[in-house]
Design a protein. Structure first.
Length: 115
């Protein structure tokens, strides 16, 4: 499975961004996908996830502001981020959980929220 994330950038507080992640390869093996983020010196944390049956989970810190979604082919994963705050600044990673073996990760995309 290969994951290619895109859509990061610089945005002012209160603004919006949409991250995209394109999955290719053995996508039939993917059970769930998600978005994580990481800042220097901190552990990577889960932002949102979506299971194969469509069930979604969002971290408390982004609930009501961020929305994870997936296209019908399950090859595109999105994270719509609204009402962005400076504390949302991080590198965002796309993640895929497969039935057997380690998780797969995209290359990361930088999101910077600053005036």
């Amino acid at each position: 499975v290969q994951l290619q994330a895109s859509g990061g950038g610089l945005v002012q507080p209160g603004g919006s961004l949409r991250l995209s992640c394109a999955a290719s390869g053995s996508i039939f093996s993917i059970n769930a996908m998600g978005w994580y983020r990481q800042t220097p010196g901190k552990r990577r944390e889960l932002v949102a996830s979506i299971a194969s049956d469509g069930r979604k989970n969002h971290a408390d810190s982004v609930e009501g502001r961020f929305t994870i979604s997936r296209d019908n082919t399950k090859t595109l994963l999105y994270l719509q981020m609204n009402s962005l705050k400076p504390e949302d600044t991080a590198v965002y990673y796309c993640n895929a959980v497969v039935a057997f073996g380690p998780d797969y990760w995209g290359q990361g995309t930088q999101v910077t929220v600053s005036s």
